[in-house]
Write a protein that binds this ligand. Structure first.
Ligand SMILES: Nc1ncnc2c1ncn2[C@@H]1O[C@H](COP(=O)(O)OP(=O)(O)O)[C@@H](O)[C@H]1O
Ligand SMILES: [Mg+2]
Length: 200
């Protein structure tokens, strides 16, 4: 069954939209589950806590492999078996985040990062990978007052490179851009035809 991914910078609406989508799929009788990266397994949640803890300062390559460790575990132990068993999976971040944050954000070589991602995901592909497009001003409004984890606390220049990385993935056709402005139901309504086209 389909794997649907939400991507984009912090505050663009991934968690909100992935929760709304799972509710809508369930309301239509589809067995649907929301998962997040990094996480979704005991190992992945432990790695997530480590990666996001501001007390830690891994070098870029170590950070990359942290995300890939969590992802390999999620793919092998959860995503691949659940898709084979007929579930609809809605994933809050996937490999596009690794290119945006660790390749373009931190400056690791994108081609080598892609090769490492390939190893971690073992050929698994998303049926739909959405980039929620929201202006920088709107992102800042939505994030105002929220606690920042280790990655979110990086400077504005890092966050700008991340956004540029996402835009490049969208330009290359690896992400489908959905206008993320307006209230959550309006965004969900824009997205739904793409999900319906997958057989929802
Ligand atoms: N369409 C929207 N319009 C206004 N605020 C939103 C919208 N979608 C999400 N939010 C709010 O913005 C903040 C970030 O949204 P969230 O879904 O957590 O984004 P992400 O998971 O991408 O970081 C939350 O406080 C959320 O309630
Ligand atoms: Mg979120």
């Amino acid at each position: 069954m389909p794997l649907i991914v939400f991507e984009g910078p912090d505050g663009c609406g991934k968690t909100t939209q992935s929760e709304l989508l799972v509710q809508r799929l369930r309301a239509r009788g589809r067995p649907a589950r929301r998962l997040r990266e990094p996480g979704g397994t005991p190992l992945g949640e432990a790695v997530r806590a480590w990666l996001l803890d501001p007390a830690h300062d891994p070098c870029p390559t170590a950070e990359l492999f942290g995300y890939l460790m969590a992802r390999a575990e999620l793919c092998q132990r959860v995503l691949i078996p659940a898709l084979a068993a007929g579930e609809w999976l809605v994933l809050d971040r996937f490999w596009h985040s690794t290119l945006a944050y660790q390749a373009w954000g931190l400056g690791l070589d994108p081609a080598r990062v892609r090769a490492a991602i390939e190893l971690a995901i073992g050929g698994l592909r998303a049926d739909l990978a959405v980039l929620l497009a929201v202006s920088e001003e709107e992102l800042q409004r939505r994030r105002a007052g929220a606690a920042r984890d280790r990655i979110e606390a990086r400077d504005a220049e890092f966050q700008r490179r991340v956004r540029a990385g996402y835009e490049r993935l969208a330009a290359d056709g690896e992400l489908t851009v959905i206008d993320g402005r307006g209230d959550p139901d309006a965004v969900a309504a824009r997205l739904w035809p793409l999900v319906a086209a997958l057989g929802a």
